[in-house]
Design a protein around this ligand. Structure first.
Ligand SMILES: Cc1cc2nc3c(=O)[nH]c(=O)nc-3n(C[C@H](O)[C@H](O)[C@H](O)COP(=O)(O)OP(=O)(O)OC[C@H]3O[C@@H](n4cnc5c(N)ncnc54)[C@H](O)[C@@H]3O)c2cc1C
Length: 318
C-alpha cells in the first residue's frame, strides 16, 4: 500500500502543481501510515527534486509524443499496480481531469475530484473533503473501494520542503498507441497559469470594453498577479478564453482575488469563492459579489483601480 502521485512535467519542467501534488501525496501517506511515490511520464529536468516535497522515490516512465489520456491512464494504472499503490492522486488540471476516469476504470477504483484537504482513514475507507453546491459548502466523502483515485485542487495546501533529492527508478510500461495526434500547441507564456496563481486581478462587463483593460493589466503587473475575467467578457472577445473563470471556466483558489466590475453571479462564484481573500470593486451596492467579499469597495472602478495601483506601488517601494 502506498500513495502514487502524477507529477506533471509539461515541456520537460515541473510546474508548482507537481510539487503541490507530491507534497499532498506525502501528507496523505503520513496520514495513512505509508509512503508517497511520484510518477513522472517522459523527460524532465531533475526528477529527484520531488523528494524535497516528500516523495520517497520517483518512478520515471519513458514516453515521447505529448499528452494522450489513453496512454497516460494506462501508464498510471500499471505503475499503481506494480508499486502496490492503492491511492492515486492527480492535479485537478486539464490533464489530471482527462486521465482520472480512465485510471479509476482500470483500477476498479472509487473516484473523487477537486479534493481540498488531506484525507484521513475512516475504518477501511478514505475520507476526503471537497467543495459542493458551487463552492457554498464542503462535503466529506468516504471512499470504501480497495483502490481510490482523487484529484487535488490547486493551492489547496501550503507547499513545504520536507526532505531532499530522492532515488529515481525507470520503469517501462506496455502502453497502447496514442489515439490523438497533436497538430499544434498554443501556450500562454510569461504569466503564472490561472490554476496556480496566488494573486489574481479579474474584471467583468463593468469595464465597458477591451480598450479599458490597461488599468487591470497595470494593477496585475504591480502585484505580479495573473489576469482573469468573467465569461461574457471572454465570450464577446474582449479577453482570451483562457482567462475565463467560473463554473464553465477555470476554477481557481488564489490567496488574493480582486474582482472589478463583476456582478458575482453564482456561475462566476462557483469558480472563485474558494479564494482565500476576495476584494470586490463594484459601483452597485446590491451586487451579489459583496456577499462573498472579504473586502468590498462600492465605487467606480475607473476611479478605484488606478488609485489602488498607486497605493500598492508606494507600499511595495517602501
Ligand atoms: C450555464 C451557465 C454557465 C456560466 N458560467 C459562467 C462562468 O463560468 N463564469 C462567469 O463569469 N459567468 C458564467 N456565466 C454567466 C453568469 O451568469 C453572468 O452572466 C456573468 O458572470 C456576468 O458577468 P459580469 O459580472 O462581468 O457582467 P454583468 O452581470 O453585466 O455585471 C457587471 C457588473 O459591473 C458593475 N459595474 C458596471 N460599471 C461599473 C463601474 N464603472 N465601476 C464598478 N462596477 C461597475 C455592475 O454594477 C455589475 O455588477 C454562466 C451562465 C450560465 C447560464
Amino acid at each position: 500500500m502506498s500513495v502514487l502521485v502524477l507529477a506533471e512535467n509539461p515541456k520537460g519542467k515541473f510546474k508548482k502543481s507537481a510539487f503541490e501534488v507530491t507534497h499532498y501525496g506525502h501528507l496523505a501517506a503520513q496520514s495513512l501510515g505509508t509512503d508517497c511515490i511520484a510518477l513522472v511520464i517522459g523527460d524532465v529536468d531533475n526528477p529527484a527534486q520531488l523528494g524535497t516535497y516528500g516523495a520517497s522515490k520517483v518512478i520515471q516512465v519513458a514516453h515521447t509524443g505529448g499528452f494522450d489520456s489513453k496512454v497516460y491512464s494506462t501508464i498510471i494504472a500499471e505503475v499503481a499496480k506494480a508499486t502496490g499503490s492503492d491511492v492515486v492522486v492527480v492535479n485537478h488540471s486539464a490533464n489530471g481531469k482527462a486521465v482520472m476516469g480512465g485510471v479509476a476504470v482500470k483500477l476498479d477504483a472509487g473516484i473523487v475530484s477537486q479534493v481540498n484537504a488531506v484525507p484521513t482513514q475512516d475504518g477501511g475507507a478514505l475520507k476526503v473533503t471537497k467543495p459542493v453546491f458551487s463552492g457554498k459548502a464542503f462535503a466529506e466523502f468516504s471512499v470504501s473501494s480497495a483502490n481510490k483515485v482523487i484529484s487535488l485542487m490547486g493551492n489547496a495546501i501550503p507547499l513545504a520542503a520536507v526532505g531532499s533529492d530522492c532515488a529515481v527508478e525507470s520503469m517501462s510500461v506496455d502502453a497502447p498507441a496514442a489515439g490523438v495526434s497533436i497538430k499544434e500547441v498554443k501556450t500562454v507564456d510569461g504569466t503564472v497559469p490561472l490554476p496556480e496563481a496566488e494573486l489574481v486581478v479579474s474584471a467583468g462587463r463593468g469595464m465597458k470594453g477591451p480598450e479599458n483593460w490597461g488599468i487591470i493589466e497595470d494593477l496585475a503587473d504591480t502585484l505580479g498577479a495573473t489576469t482573469a475575467c468573467s465569461r461574457p467578457v471572454a465570450d464577446t472577445g474582449w479577453r482570451p478564453h483562457h482567462e475565463h473563470v467560473g463554473q464553465t471556466g477555470v476554477a481557481i483558489r488564489p490567496n488574493l482575488y480582486i474582482a472589478a466590475g463583476i456582478s458575482g453571479a453564482i456561475q462566476h462564484l462557483a469558480g472563485v469563492n474558494s479564494s482565500k481573500c476576495i476584494v470586490v470593486i463594484n459601483k452597485d451596492p446590491e451586487a451579489p459579489f459583496f456577499k462573498a467579499a472579504d473586502y468590498g469597495v462600492c465605487a467606480d472602478l475607473f476611479d478605484v483601480v488606478p488609485r489602488l495601483n498607486e497605493a500598492f506601488k508606494k507600499a511595495l517601494a517602501e
